[in-house]
Ligand binder design. Structure first.
Ligand code: 5GP
Ligand code: MG
Ligand code: MG
Length: 179
């Protein structure tokens, strides 16, 4: 275990098992369609890579980057498109892949944009959900794990751009934030 981690909240095995289940459900729900799967950078990149390998329908991928948090652990409420999609979403079945939904601000903004660009459908799959953090009314269509109101890192999720490469989900030691 990494020296900065106080506790492993969700193990690598639990994450991979959950992704198998999500992949099976999505394969069923998107049968006969050709979804555009959008990864919300950077946090979702690890989940995206593992998830698409388990979706057994023809699909396309694209990436979008939005900024909201910086190095802080709380949402600023300000969401900015840092990198836009390369392809058009018009008349496409869009599946947004998120790492975690907390306030829901980032996602509600994204969904609004994609509807405005005339996507045929917009659904959200998130690996982690913190329902207690919600400030807007928003539910993911597919959720991996509900987690308590704690700041987690690993499996794509960072603190000040570190820890994204951990294969599990962990909680940082308190002294990491204060140093
Ligand atoms: P929201 O807009 O829903 O408040 O925040 C969503 C984004 O905030 C996530 O995509 C992620 O980048 C970041 N975030 C929210 N909660 C956590 C957390 O517990 N750990 C980490 N590392 N990032 C988080
Ligand atoms: Mg995210
Ligand atoms: Mg972050």
């Amino acid at each position: 275990m990494h020296n900065d981690i106080k506790e492993v909240l969700i193990s690598e095995e639990e994450i991979q098992q959950k992704i198998l289940e999500l992949g099976a459900t999505l394969s069923e729900d998107y049968k006969g369609r050709n979804p555009l799967v959008i990864c919300v950078l950077k946090g979702a990149f690890v989940f995206m890579a593992d998830l698409v390998k388990r979706i057994e329908v023809p699909l396309e991928i694209d990436f979008m980057a939005v900024s909201s948090y910086g190095a802080s652990t709380k949402s600023s409420g300000v969401v900015k498109i840092v990198k836009d999609l390369d392809v058009s979403v018009e008349d496409r079945d869009v599946l947004i892949v998120e790492d975690i939904i907390d306030s829901g601000l980032t996602l509600s903004y994204l969904i609004e944009i994609l509807h405005g660009r005339n996507a045929k459908s917009v659904r959200v799959v998130t690996l982690f959900d913190k329902p207690s953090g919600r400030t807007v009314n928003l539910e993911a269509d597919y959720t991996g794990f509900n987690i308590p109101d704690a700041f987690i890192v690993g499996y794509g999720l960072d603190y000040a751009e570190h820890y994204r490469n951990l294969p599990y989900i962990g909680i940082l030691k308190p002294e990491i934030y204060s140093s």
